[in-house]
Design a protein around this ligand. Structure first.
Ligand code: CA
Length: 319
């Protein structure tokens, strides 16, 4: 996805809890990332808290006032909102310095449509929450998929057990109608699943100790936000902390970390109450033509190392 050493221009659509903040740090601080906007969608925690978490993250990265934060959908397209319980308040359940930057007056989907139309074929979208804002942007501009360079989605589970119900991963479960619209819209799209994340982007306590020992305020920010997730995981039988959103962000700017991918047909169940948000992955082309690139294997150690380097480099110095 990266042209040589070129910059990756991106918009990050996020329901900002902890790992969303870690993905934002990739956009805000990775040398090849050019983050043009952050858009907020209803998801993990209370909407206004998510806005605050995003603004705090921009501030902690030393980028206050440089990247606009746009407010999007406060509820899914057709269903009541369902909060994830894994995240506390998403900012480590503690206070941080008050960010000077406030949210933009322009709405999230409107900002996505405007930015993409100003630079057709040049902007990648990263969707790390429910797909409500992206689906709304498609409804505002039906030609949007052809003008987005690439859409990266963290969502779904590869015909396997989900993390919110046995059938479904959280982002697809919360707004299956939006996921359905987006997957049918004709984007050039890559999906990073919960299934892959759990197997290849779960960091052990030994790895987290390495990050905690990094003497930068940014590393302390990371550990403060990550600890509630690790504690929640321990209660549900996952050892360590999981990093689906930050993995997806890192793959955009470090595509060499992708070891194996495949093309297949992905669709989301919207009608069944039992399997709401279930994502079907069909690898039999004779049944369904592929519509999605799926990441099958990543360089797990490389992902950890790149993230460690990001925390070691720390926030951007204030000018
Ligand atoms: Ca998220």
């Amino acid at each position: 996805m990266t042209k040589g050493d070129g910059m990756v221009r991106m918009i990050i659509d996020t329901d900002t809890a902890a790992d969303d903040s870690f993905a934002l740090l990739v956009g805000l601080l990775h040398p090849r990332a050019q983050l043009e906007a952050i858009t907020i969608v209803s998801g993990n925690v209370d909407f206004d808290q998510q806005v605050r978490n995003a603004l705090i993250t921009v501030d902690q990265a030393g980028r206050g006032g440089e990247v606009p934060v746009h407010l999007g959908a406060r509820v899914p397209m057709a269903r009541p909102w369902y909060a994830a319980k894994a995240h506390g308040d998403g900012k480590g359940n503690r206070e941080w310095p008050e960010p000077a930057q406030g949210p933009s007056d322009e709405g999230a989907s409107e900002a996505i449509v405007r930015l993409v139309n100003e630079s057709p074929g040049e902007i990648d979208l990263l969707a790390i929450g429910p797909l409500t804002n992206i689906a709304t942007a498609v409804l505002l501009d039906r030609d949007l998929p052809a003008k987005v360079r690439h859409l990266w989605i963290m969502g779904g589970c590869d015909n396997s057990v989900g993390n919110v119900t046995a059938a479904a991963e959280y982002n697809f479960y919360v707004d299956p109608e939006a996921a359905d619209i987006v997957l049918r819209a004709g984007f050039d799209v890559t999906v990073v699943t919960w299934t892959l994340t759990l197997a290849q982007a779960t960091w052990t306590q030994d790895q987290l100790d390495v990050l905690e020992a990094i003497p930068t305020p940014l590393a302390a920010f990371f550990t403060a936000l990550d600890t509630p997730n690790k504690e929640y995981n321990a209660r549900v039988g996952i050892e360590g902390s999981t990093h689906p959103d930050s993995l997806t962000a890192m793959l955009m700017v470090e595509p060499d970390l992708i070891r194996a991918d495949s093309r297949c047909f992905v669709a989301v169940e919207t009608r069944s109450e039992l399997t709401r948000g279930y994502s079907l992955f069909d690898r039999q082309e004779r049944r369904n033509a592929p519509n999605t690139r799926v990441i099958d294997e990543v360089d797990a150690q490389g992902f950890f190392d790149r993230y460690r380097e990001l925390l070691e480099a720390g926030a951007r110095p204030r000018e």
